[in-house]
Design a binder for this molecule. Structure first.
Ligand SMILES: N[C@@H](CCC(=O)N[C@@H](CS)C(=O)NCC(=O)O)C(=O)O
Length: 204
């Protein structure tokens, strides 16, 4: 059985939604990131990176990083393209989300990662928010004229949904992003998304 370590409202919500939707029995393990549970010795033994999500595979082996976890879950549950071009495009999107969109937001929430000089934090946060907003607009563009990020619903969609909720959290004018807002509404019609949003107490 799979186990997912997740933090409410964190990027792990993507894997949480996928697992919830899979119909497979799994063990959800909630982490209190604000309390620093991700830095306890017992957790660091499982994931020395000290982050969520962490997926524990059936044989007990830990797998960190969205870039690995989401394709793995997608392949397991039929939520990942099977043709080479479709798969390459999905990996391209996962790479963009994990290495551009997510770190832009980290500048807003974790400026101390980028400089020890606290007087520079407001500038880092401000620029991070602008960059993050720009990426959300790009995602809105990716969704123009389509229901889902790929040709059909896949693990990319819960991942995109996470960033929408972060835009709401940062009080960005998300309603202006019409395609992305319609995508968020489609996500919210899915029972698994509803259950996870309720469980993680996420504002959308
Ligand atoms: N590259 C990692 C980043 C994971 C990450 O930064 N997770 C955040 C939550 S969204 C976290 O665990 N933060 C806790 C911390 O930084 O202490 C991935 O995409 O899986």
């Amino acid at each position: 059985m799979l186990t997912l370590y997740y933090g409410p409202g964190a990027c792990s919500m993507a894997s949480h939604i996928v697992l919830e939707e899979s119909g497979e029995k799994y063990e959800p393990r909630r982490m209190d990131l604000a309390k620093g549970e991700q830095r306890t010795d017992s957790y660091l033994k499982l994931n020395p990176l000290g982050r969520v999500p962490l997926l524990i595979l059936d044989d007990g082996e830990p797998l960190p990083e969205n870039t690995a976890i989401l394709p793995y879950l997608g392949k397991r549950f039929g939520l990942w393209p099977t043709d080479p071009k479709g798969e390459a495009k999905a990996l391209s999107t996962v790479g963009f989300f994990a290495s551009s969109v997510h770190p832009a937001h980290a500048h807003v929430g974790r400026p101390e990662r980028y400089t020890a000089d606290a007087s520079a934090h407001p500038g880092i946060k401000e620029q991070g928010l602008k960059t993050f907003h720009g990426h959300l607009k790009q995602i809105d563009g990716m969704l123009a004229g389509r229901e889902w990020i790929g040709n059909k619903y896949s693990v990319l969609d819960p991942y995109a949904f996470v960033f929408y909720t972060w835009g709401v959290r940062r009080e960005l004018p998300m309603g202006e992003l019409k395609n992305y807002t319609a995508h968020k509404d489609r996500m919210l019609k899915r029972a698994a998304t509803q259950r996870v949003v309720e469980d993680e107490k996420v504002k959308v």
